[in-house]
Write a protein that binds this ligand. Structure first.
Ligand SMILES: [Zn+2]
Length: 275
């Protein structure tokens, strides 16, 4: 955000222009060999600004945007920055105002976990000035609130589970940064974002667990679902199931500290539902 003649400390204030019938966007970009990542700041929060060579983002947010598309980063002042690969720009343009105008403080379920990251903590403790929030219809607000709230809870849960699982709980696979945070009872079925409802799983085991091909009972014992065994045999794929079975643990691996363990109740509930 530099204009001609501007320099650090010169005391100049610049202003963004807002005109009827036009939209004002404030975008930064970051390029990789294959793609562009756009960071969209909230223009309303930068109506007036001084010399600023760059607006910083976390690398993690950029990586995530490249991997999954639209990503939010909430700055300590409460500003919602929307980060996305260039080809998602239409989606951003469609919802830009909703995304920026949400008040993080009211969107977050303040359920305390020991793993709350500092940034989220700072964000939720920041209050936006209500007058700066243009009116959203209750329905719009609900939708945005839900999306951002869900996003933040997902990130917390993911960080927490990844921290305590050194390996895939089902097959022992260990490789940096490849462990997924899996819900035992799915969120759709009322599962919570807590240690007792989480398992650190490699992507393969995660998918097979979610689909019920791999089962874990309340004692932590691992099974191949017998419902699938016959079908596999009939279609000539029995061998693939046998070799899969040979790679699995007998009982799930559990984190060192008991309070990080999955609960037998959640495991058993999902076992009953999927077997
Ligand atoms: Zn695994």
């Amino acid at each position: 955000m530099i204009f001609d003649g501007d320099q650090r400390g010169a005391g100049y204030r610049n202003t963004l222009r807002f005109m009827n019938g036009y939209r004002t966007l404030l975008l930064g970009f970051y390029s990789t060999a294959e793609n562009y990542v756009i960071a969209a700041y909230d223009p309303m929060r930068h109506r007036e600004y001084a010399y600023s060579k760059s607006l910083q983002l976390r690398q993690e947010s950029i990586d995530r945007a490249l991997k999954v598309g639209l990503t939010f980063q909430i700055r300590t002042n409460g500003e919602v920055v929307v980060i996305f690969p260039l080809d998602s720009i239409e989606e951003y343009l469609q919802y830009a105002e909703d995304y920026h105008q949400v008040n993080p403080r009211i969107t977050i379920d303040m359920q305390e976990t020991t793993t709350t990251s500092l940034n989220v903590k700072q964000a939720v403790n920041t209050t936006l000035i209500p007058e700066q929030l243009p009116q959203l219809t209750p329905q719009e607000r609900k939708r945005v609130v839900r999306e951002i709230g869900r996003y933040i809870r997902d990130r917390r849960f993911e960080e927490a589970i990844k921290r305590v699982y050194e390996r895939c709980a089902i097959c022992d696979f260990q490789y940096d940064d490849i462990i997924d945070a899996a819900h035992i009872v799915s969120v759709a079925d009322g599962g919570t974002d807590t240690y007792d409802n989480g398992l650190g799983l490699c992507p393969n085991c995660h998918r097979m667990y979610d689909r019920g091909l791999i089962l874990v009972d309340g004692s932590g014992k691992i099974y191949l679902n017998s419902r699938y065994v016959e079908g596999y045999a009939q279609s000539g794929r029995a061998g693939s199931l046998e070799s899969l079975g040979a790679t699995l643990r007998k009982f799930i691996w559990q984190p060192l500290i008991a309070e990080h363990h999955p609960s037998p109740e959640n495991l058993q509930r999902t076992f009953e539902a999927r077997r």
